[in-house]
Every structure is written in structure tokens, then in C-alpha cells.
Design a protein. Structure first.
Length: 175
């Protein structure tokens, strides 16, 4: 998963899964030790994640264990991509930025109620992404949660956030 999108994923498990999948999509055989080093998690965590990934993706993938490591084969690409997108469907920052993109501006207290997260926790998440927004010369209004900055910069941010073809999550919108 690209560094840009990784910064918006809060769940450490989801982030590990997305990094594991990205790595396995580009390698024919991946040893546990190699995955452990790349993902910076224990072999035990990686093995558990791989089993959970296999269960989650069901028939859309096959994951085989060989002498040289694990091998991922995508059986149903459409189902695989949909399930992959669904991994981030409940990520708070993705939901918030999708809402901003669609022009549905809510207050921090409304987001807190919707996401079952305290306003203080949301503020911590927002502070985490402030440096990324600054690269686009944007800020986040933290009262009525909305992007503040030049329209061209907002469009550039959303282009990278949703539409960039090199990005894993092209585009995810709640239905």
C-alpha cells in the first residue's frame, strides 16, 4: 500500500493486511521471515494474519504454503478488489474524507457519534495527518470537519486520495 494512503489507515491489523497483500501480489513466493522483516511484525503475527486473510478473501484467492514460503494466487480479481476495498470501509479517516469529497460536512461531535470515537481521539487522528495536508497547503477545520485551502490544492489532494491509478484504493465510495 502506498505511503500516502497508509497514513490514513488507523487499524494496525488492516494496515498489516494491506501491506502483506501488496507484498505478496508482487512476489511469487514469500518466506515468513521476509514478510516479518518487511511488515515489522513477529512471524507468529504474520502467520495468523495470513490465515485470517485466507479466511476473509474466501474463494477469491488461493494461498499455498510451499518449501520456499507462501504464494498468493488471485482467482476472482473483481471479488478480491471489492473485498480489499471493504477492508478500509470502516476506517474513520476514509469515511470522513469521502464525506468531505461528497460535500457532506459534519461537525466533530457528529463524527464522534457516527464513528463511536471520542472527539479527543478524532483530534489525535487529525493531528496525525496534519503534515500530509500541509504538503498540499491544506488544513483541516476541526470544528466543522472540512478541508481549508485553495480549490486547486483540495482537488489535487482528492485526486491522490481516490483516483491515482497507482493507488491501491481506487476509488472507494460507500454505497
Amino acid at each position: 500500500m502506498r505511503q500516502f494512503q497508509s497514513s490514513f489507515v488507523i487499524s494496525k491489523t488492516t494496515l498489516r493486511w494491506l501491506h502483506l497483500l501488496e507484498h505478496m501480489e508482487h512476489a511469487s513466493h514469500v518466506p515468513i521471515r521476509g514478510l516479518s522483516k518487511v511488515i515489522k511484525s513477529s512471524s507468529r503475527t504474520i502467520i495468523e494474519d495470513l490465515q485470517n486473510i485466507k479466511d476473509y478473501f474466501e474463494a477469491s484467492i488461493e494461498m499455498e504454503t510451499t518449501n520456499s514460503g507462501y504464494q498468493l494466487q488471485i482467482i476472482d480479481a473483481e471479488s478480491y478488489l471489492e473485498k480489499k476495498r471493504n477492508l478500509i470501509s470502516n476506517e474513520p479517516l476514509f469515511r470522513i474524507f469521502e464525506s468531505i469529497f461528497l460535500g457532506e460536512i459534519l461537525t466533530i461531535n457528529e463524527w464522534s457519534d457516527i464513528l463511536f470515537i471520542s472527539p479527543a481521539t478524532l483530534m489525535r487522528y487529525f493531528r496525525k495527518i496534519d503534515p500530509i495536508l500541509a504538503q498540499y497547503q491544506l488544513t483541516l477545520n476541526k470544528t466543522t470537519v472540512d478541508l481549508v485551502g485553495a480549490e486547486v490544492n483540495i482537488r489535487h489532494f482528492f485526486l491522490n486520495f481516490f483516483m491515482n491509478p497507482t493507488v491501491l484504493l481506487i476509488p472507494y465510495f460507500h454505497r
